[in-house]
Design a protein. Structure first.
Length: 670
């Protein structure tokens, strides 16, 4: 049976909406017409066959229909209650009058909360309709690294609110105990190799640097001595009063603090690969948020592994202007000479960039996997809102989808989007060596929502524990948008921001100038018109996650999504049964006092390593180190000489099929 592509609302509703926008019909009239039409269509389709309610198109229509019904009911009930309130006052029946008054107030609140344009839950271009020119060593390739062991499924994202951050008494996603550095290192290494199509990290980095320099400088060369790499991360909350302490930027924990931002664990994995495999000297690496600062615990964690790496600092803003960054070992930024021009403003709006973008030879962009109340999503492009030298990026919000964070006043397609200028600027997107989206943890909103477990396959109510890497800036954001719009779909208490109508408008424009607004020519440096910045499309459906190059490796012109680690099995590229035959099967006795037997199975000849770690991430002992073993069943014994506590046994298996890590929690009692 032929599988149907995942669809949005029926095409006639899309045509109506676009037609109404074209002839400038007021949005409220459009809302009523489409609300009635979608409700009738839903009922006609579902009543004869209730199972249709689970179709993607029905799940798309349901939030729109329910919003319309709630809108009408709340408005009608409020009107009725106010009339009854006045009547009971005239009758001197004050008890009932109070009841009707309260009912009217409640319904009025519901009405105003719901009184906004409803965002459509699927993109207008549908599935597998690539546009633009793919980039990369493997054109259009996006690598998805997923390993559920990278994060702690039991992380509660809680702690001592209103107090200084205490690692030992808190349980936030950024605690070391909730991130397995060894697993994350493996995810990063495997993703880098897969991205370049090479067998070793050394070969992969050489290919990545050569590709960049060929594209930018027409020189087929790798990394050269003395060149500087700037790793741009996202750290918005560092600007908020009360979130940090003077003079060392130690972290405070205000209420609802666990917004998803820069994760030092993925950063350390990247730096480890750059230093050990690409042979970039530590002192030639700079990491930071150019507009803000890193927290002290992040600084300490990175410096523990790489003491010579430079941590960027900003004391130009009013809330930190009196800081001596040198005394706390931060590399100060300054206002640079490079300028970004916002092409949709006829040259009237422009910004200086920080100086680090002028002297860095390469930029690596590490964004976070998040929705956003104003922009729909916040990924690598929006990460550069922190690269211009104003105290905030509020002056750019009017060009996004919902500037007031509530109403979709600037949604749709063919609107000016500053993200395109950012992606095409020669010192920003044009100087980016590698794009990474850190999805170890994810938030439904940029800076007002905590990290959440994901319901969609294959996460199944666990943290996403993922990294995404690409050399194509449009492709990686397209893939991440598909993940985000599937998970944050407006159901089960989640926001619907990634499904804003027009959330991918900037990707359409970045991919193909045919989608630019009339009268807008993107020249982010003020002189040179940009071309296609990459390829955009949407997957066939959320279960299979196939793009055009997955469906047709020979003739496909769009995106190729490939998996490493557990994502290989989630993508159906390898038999899940094979994974179960490699790694730790059992640990006994557990809890244990004197010794532990660790039983494991190998499906074919493999090289294995096995280590014991404390929950803080420190290696306690090595049981097996890079030992070649034949296929079979084995048992390794750990003789316990450590104090009581929780320990993690981590095993790495490398063979012709895969490189995987497995881990097992061990409780030691005395």
């Amino acid at each position: 049976m032929k599988k149907k592509n995942e669809k949005s609302l029926p095409s006639f509703l899309w045509r109506w909406k676009i037609f109404f926008e074209t002839i400038k019909i007021p949005s409220r009239i459009t809302f009523f017409v489409l609300g009635i039409a979608s409700t009738v269509w839903f009922l006609v389709r579902v009543i004869p066959k209730p199972s249709r309610a689970y179709y993607p198109c029905m799940r798309t229509a349901a939030p729109f229909m329910s919003s319309f019904v709630i809108y009408l009911l709340s408005l009608g009930t409020a009107s009725f209650a106010f009339r009854r309130f006045r009547q009971k006052i005239r009758e001197a029946r004050y008890g009932l009058a109070v009841v009707f008054f309260m009912a009217a107030v409640v319904c009025t609140v519901i009405y105003y909360v719901n009184d906004e344009k409803v965002s459509f839950a699927a993109p207008a271009d549908g599935a597998n309709q690539p546009m633009g020119t793919a980039r990369g060593i493997m054109p259009g390739r996006v690598v998805w690294a997923w390993d559920s062991a990278a994060t702690n499924a039991y992380c509660t994202n809680s702690g001592d609110e209103g107090m200084p951050y205490n690692e030992s008494t808190s349980d936030y996603y950024f605690n070391p105990k909730n991130n397995d550095q060894g697993v994350i290192d493996t995810m990063m290494a495997e993703a880098i190799k897969k991205l370049a199509g090479k067998n070793t990290e050394e070969e992969a980095w050489e290919a990545i640097f050569c590709y960049f320099n060929q594209q930018k400088h027409a020189e087929n060369r790798g990394y050269q001595s003395g060149e500087i790499i700037f790793i741009k991360v996202n750290q918005t909350s560092m600007s908020w009063a009360g979130n940090f302490n003077y003079p060392d930027f130690s972290r405070n924990i205000p209420a609802q603090y666990d917004i998803v931002e820069m994760n030092p664990f993925s950063a350390v994995a990247l730096i480890k690969s750059l230093v050990e495999k690409a042979h970039v000297p530590e002192e030639k690496i700079i990491i930071g948020e150019s507009m803000r600062n890193l927290y002290k615990d992040e600084y300490d964690y990175i410096k523990k592994y790489f003491p010579k790496v430079n941590i960027l600092g900003n004391n130009l803003l009013s809330n930190v202007s009196y800081f001596d960054l040198i005394s706390i070992d931060r590399l100060p930024v300054a206002v640079g000479t490079d300028t970004i021009f916002y092409s949709g403003t006829n040259g009237t709006l422009k910004d200086n960039l920080y100086d680090v973008y002028s002297y860095a030879n390469y930029v690596i962009n590490i964004a976070n996997l998040k929705g956003h109340a104003i922009a729909g999503v916040t990924l690598c492009a929006k990460n550069h809102f922190g690269s211009q030298t104003r105290s905030s990026a509020a002056h750019l919000h009017d060009f996004l989808l919902a500037p007031d964070e509530k109403t979709l006043t600037n949604g749709g397609y063919g609107k000016y989007r500053p993200f395109v200028d950012i992606m095409g600027h020669p010192k920003l997107g044009g100087n980016t060596l590698l794009y990474i989206v850190d999805g170890l943890y994810s938030g439904e909103e940029g800076y007002k929502a905590p990290s959440r477990k994901w319901r969609m396959e294959p996460f199944n109510n666990n943290y996403p524990a993922s990294l995404f890497l690409s050399l194509d800036p449009v492709a990686i954001e397209s893939v991440c948008l598909d993940f985000l719009r599937t998970e944050y779909d407006g159901t089960d208490g989640r926001k619907n921001y990634p499904n804003y109508y027009g959330a991918d408008d900037y990707l359409h424009q970045a991919a193909d100038k045919a989608n630019w607004p009339a009268g807008v020519i993107y020249k982010p440096d003020g002189v040179n018109e940009i071309g296609s910045l990459g390829v955009h499309e949407h997957w066939n459906n959320a279960k299979d996650k196939r793009y055009s190059r997955n469906l047709d490796p020979v003739n496909g012109k769009g995106i190729e999504l490939v998996g490493v680690c557990q994502a290989v099995y989630a993508m159906g590229e390898k038999d899940p049964g094979k994974a179960e035959q490699n790694g730790i099967e059992s640990v006994y006795p557990n809890p244990a006092a004197d010794y532990v037997n660790i039983r494991y199975t190998l499906s074919e000849p493999s090289e294995i390593s096995m280590d014991i770690y404390s929950v803080s991430g420190s290696k306690v002992t090595t049981l097996v180190y890079q030992q070649h073993q034949l296929a079979g069943n084995y048992t390794e014994r750990w003789t316990i000489r450590q104090p009581a506590g929780i320990y993690i046994c981590r095993m790495r298996v490398s063979n012709s099929l895969q490189t995987v890590e497995s881990s097992y929690k061990i409780q030691v009692i005395k």
